[in-house]
Design a protein around this ligand. Sequence first.
Ligand SMILES: Nc1ncnc2c1ncn2[C@@H]1O[C@H](COP(=O)(O)OP(=O)(O)OP(=O)(O)O)[C@@H](O)[C@H]1O
Length: 458
Amino acid sequence: MKKINFKQLQKVLDALQDGVYITDGNGRTVTVNKAYERITGIQKHKVAGRHMADLVKAGFISKSASLEVIRERQPVTLVQTIHDKRKIFVSATPMFDDHGELTQVITSVRDITELVRAKHAEEQLQQMLSMRKLYAGVPQQTDDNLLISPATHDCYQLAARVARRNVKLLIQGETGTGKTHLARFVHQQSERAAQPFMELNCAAMPEGLLESELFGYVGGAFTGASKQGKKGLLEVARGGTLLLDEVGDLPLALQAKLLKVVDENQFLPVGGTEFIKLDVRLICATHYNLHDRVEQGLFREDLFYRLSVVPLQLPPLRQRQEDIIALLQHYLPRFNQQHEQKCQWQPETLELLSQYTWPGNIRELINLTERLVVSCAQPNIDISDLPAYITGASHSVTPPSYSSLPQQVASLERRLIEAALAEQGTTRAAAAALGIDQSTLVKKKQRWQQQKNTGSSQ
Ligand SMILES: Nc1ncnc2c1ncn2[C@@H]1O[C@H](COP(=O)(O)OP(=O)(O)OP(=O)(O)O)[C@@H](O)[C@H]1O
């Protein structure tokens, strides 16, 4: 076989894609190839013949894999970061002669910046998918559970009309009236239906966490932040719809940040310097009367107007009595099927339930229906199957002769105040709606609380 001379060997080395660095057995540089010069920016003529220890001292490299190999007499692998933040993968191997003398160290250098970037992108993608799973949740009911009743018909019709227009919607209504359901309906009717629908409850977490969930953060943005950063829901829901539930509870500092997002259609992750373009339809929901929150200085007026381009109001169940029976009839066959039962509503049971105030609204109605289906001893659900808090609270089962007029008046007053509180959200708004002083309402509430604690009735 023909012997290769040094010049030919250099040509072979220069043809390689990976960088190569060769030292002799003492750590003195023999040669480097062209790929090494390109990857590291270090020229051959600056290092040839020089000892690795000198090169480290002179700052050419931060750490020498060759010197480590000479010390350990075995292969060494390390990842180095060089001047322009490029990541290089360094793998150094010792060469021995027949007598076991270390003659050379051959080091290969591979630029893994792209690889690291791809891995980072892969991790971010995984993070995005798991966040989508977490925040999209499992819809409690499927579409065929939707009941568009006479009282919500107009609201749903307006929602369907504006669903395809990229306008911001503000849905207001007490807890359990179907705000999330309506937001999901808008999403499904929109051009974004194939993209994710995600939900963030602004009342459920502290301000700092809420900020990073919404906007995301860059790596090392704060103590405890993960190294590779985290995408916010505004980015994770890209292409789809993000429901900001309980937006009335959004802290003022975040309201200012959200206002900027809405105005500029872009946002900055926490600690970031690069803006990310917003491609999310925002729907906001709240149980508060947001206008009142504005008057109380708890919600920014400018943000209120931007978010409520189209306001949608879902009335509480007690104000749409005709819906109560429709919903009870709607959910009974579903739970009958689910639990293999054949329950039926007795007319007087429906009548009584239609007079109940349903503070938990549709959610409460669904839970009660399921509870009755699984617990009823016989197929007919009659009044005696209902819980005492419903039969006791109803006008029709408490004949006037059982209590004095003042007692009945007090009971009615309490029901009206509780209903106003549930609907308005605050004592101030409830008092205003009932035309009484806030302090009077608060005193009554306190008295009922005391009575409850001491176990006495009203
Ligand atoms: N039009 C409807 N037809 C049938 N079921 C409905 C309808 N609207 C809401 N529901 C059901 O009522 C329950 C409560 O609805 P949803 O979670 O949307 O209320 P919400 O107002 O968002 O409550 P919260 O304020 O507590 O988040 C859900 O199980 C939902 O599927």
